[in-house]
Design a protein around this ligand. Structure first.
Ligand SMILES: Cc1cc2nc3c(=O)[nH]c(=O)nc-3n(C[C@H](O)[C@H](O)[C@H](O)COP(=O)(O)OP(=O)(O)OC[C@H]3O[C@@H](n4cnc5c(N)ncnc54)[C@H](O)[C@@H]3O)c2cc1C
Length: 348
């Protein structure tokens, strides 16, 4: 029998679907909008196949609660990111895990997918990582057990912070069913700027830039805040107003921020186009197969990793499998003892 698409409509139905898969010895690919999954190589998305089904969380959608005065929102995990932005935007609020480069975040991506991948927006320089905005998650483990971690307010939590563990787990530990996020007021001004002057000459004039993105021709800077403050910073750093940068979307390399410049120094010779967030240690890349293979080798030499997000079915997404790491293996076993949730993920 070929694999099927499962579309549970509640957390109970998710638990039932995972329990059924476990008993039937079938694997599950958890899927939100599929905007990232559909870009990965075949090895990374085998479902639906003979022995693996797709568990789509699309039907778990909508705002559950938005107590605006508390600057928090609770949404079902399949809620599209743009729907979240519209809902909290009505109250003049935003979640910095929303996309910020117009037209570059694929339509249809979901809150659960954003947490699943932890692929942050360029504003993480000021806003922090995706995991920093997660207050509580409700989830179903690979054992088919419903649970929750964290709390709806910042102070009502004790014990291990499983929200952070599940953020970036790529659908391998649990199915997220509901997410509570911290919010903040939308800044009155948000403006991109550009300069070709090396950043050492103007960086000290900016006290809190939201993004600094360097490419081979110059640097884009996002300033947010009070209009006078933004204008003052732009003027003292001699930045010119500009459009948002276009980020290469074929791959992302992550290294220690102190190694970003060393990695970038190798990329032109490899034939890659790149845009780097030096303070984050993140480099967005494009290039042909040979160029991206060279970039992956360079990233690994610098102690980092390269994630490929291109449609070549033969391309390994995560690079060489680092092999079984005892603690990670035990953790995986605790959440998903029978390897129901995308057991192929890290070797694909
Ligand atoms: C080219 C490109 C550009 C991007 N640009 C930006 C950007 O500018 N700003 C930005 O913020 N983000 C950006 N992203 C990130 C991306 O949009 C998010 O990671 C997105 O939210 C993925 O959502 P999805 O629902 O489509 O995930 P899917 O493709 O469905 O799934 C992605 C992963 O998450 C897991 N997953 C999905 N839902 C759940 C769930 N409910 N529970 C557990 N695991 C789950 C899946 O198993 C899979 O491993 C970009 C991505 C790409 C490919």
């Amino acid at each position: 029998m070929g694999g099927i698409w499962l579309r549970p409509e509640s957390s109970d139905e998710v638990a039932e679907a995972v329990g059924d898969a476990r008993r039937g010895e079938r694997a599950l690919e958890v899927r939100g909008g599929g905007t990232v999954l559909s870009r990965l190589g075949d090895a990374a998305r085998p479902a639906p196949t003979e022995d693996a089904d797709v568990l789509s969380v699309e039907a778990l959608s909508g705002v559950v609660e938005h107590p605006a005065a508390d600057l928090t929102v609770t949404v079902a995990a399949g809620t599209p990111i743009d729907e979240l932005a519209a809902a909290v935007g009505e109250a003049g609020q935003e979640s910095p895990i929303e996309p910020q480069l117009a037209g570059q975040d694929p339509l249809g991506s979901t809150v659960g997918g954003r947490l699943g991948t932890a692929l942050a927006s360029p504003r993480q320089l000021a806003a922090g990582r995706v995991r920093d905005w997660v207050l509580r998650v409700r989830y179903v483990t690979g054992e088919g057990r419903a649970a929750h971690a964290g709390g709806a307010t910042v102070k009502d939590v004790t014990g291990y912070d499983l929200c952070r563990l599940l953020t970036g787990s790529w659908g391998t530990l649990a199915v997220l069913t509901e997410v509570t996020l911290k919010l903040r007021p939308i800044p009155p001004t948000r403006a991109w700027h550009r300069t070709t002057v090396p950043r050492s000459q103007w960086r000290a004039a900016l006290h809190d830039p939201s993004a600094i993105i360097v490419d081979s021709e110059g640097t884009s800077v996002l300033l947010e805040g009070h209009p006078d403050d933004v204008a003052e910073q732009a003027s003292s750093a001699q930045l010119a107003p500009s459009e948002p940068p276009t980020l290469p979307g074929g791959a992302r390399a992550a290294v220690d921020p102190a190694r970003t410049d060393d990695l970038v120094a190798e990329l032109d010779a490899l034939g890659c186009t790149w845009a780097a967030e030096p303070a984050i240690g993140l480099v967005h890349l494009d290039g042909d197969d040979a160029a991206l293979a060279g970039a992956r080798a360079a990233a690994e030499r610098h102690g980092g990793r390269l994630l490929r997000l291109d449609p070549d079915p033969q391309t390994p997404t995560f690079g060489a499998d680092p092999g079984p790491e005892p603690f990670a293996a035990r953790l995986q076993h605790a959440f998903d003892p029978d390897a129901v949730l995308a057991p192929w993920r890290w070797s694909s």
